[in-house]
Design a protein around this ligand. Structure first.
Ligand code: AMP
Length: 118
């Protein structure tokens, strides 16, 4: 069973922000912003590559509700999902990073010099 499935099953503790029948949101253990929450589906999906449009419809509303719950909906925030090796995905269970609480930098898009590939 994957790490996030264990969090869903409460076999691994997490600080839950919001939960419903289909999704759960909890604080990232290694926050990269003052607010850093992970939103995941309860049924296992490996990555964004495999998610259905139906699930994304529910996830969209769920993420909007997270932003309201932690009061970053007006100040602004960023939603990221990493996919595969080049995307930097470490946990192979679909998750959306919800980052906010401060003006976010837009750096480190690549570990390499992007112009080197042009
Ligand atoms: P990614 O690199 O996109 O796969 O993101 C995985 C995220 O999961 C990282 O930001 C980790 O800090 C986070 N993470 C790993 N283990 C835990 C955990 N037990 N509880 C909360 N967040 C975790």
């Amino acid at each position: 069973m994957c790490l996030f499935c264990k969090i869903i099953n409460k076999e691994i503790p997490s600080e839950i922000i919001l939960e419903d029948e289909n999704f759960i949101a909890f604080h990232d253990i290694n926050p990269k912003a003052p607010v850093h929450i992970l939103a995941i589906p309860k049924s296992h999906v490996n990555s964004f590559n495999d998610v259905s449009s139906d699930m994304m419809a529910g996830m969209t509303i769920f993420i909007q509700n997270i932003a309201k719950e932690v009061d970053i909906d007006k100040s602004g925030y960023r939603v990221i999902t990493n996919i595969g090796d080049n995307g930097g995905q470490e946990v192979k269970h679909l998750h959306f990073h919800v980052l906010g609480g401060a003006k976010l930098a837009w750096t480190h898009l690549s570990d390499s010099n992007p112009k080197a590939f042009l």
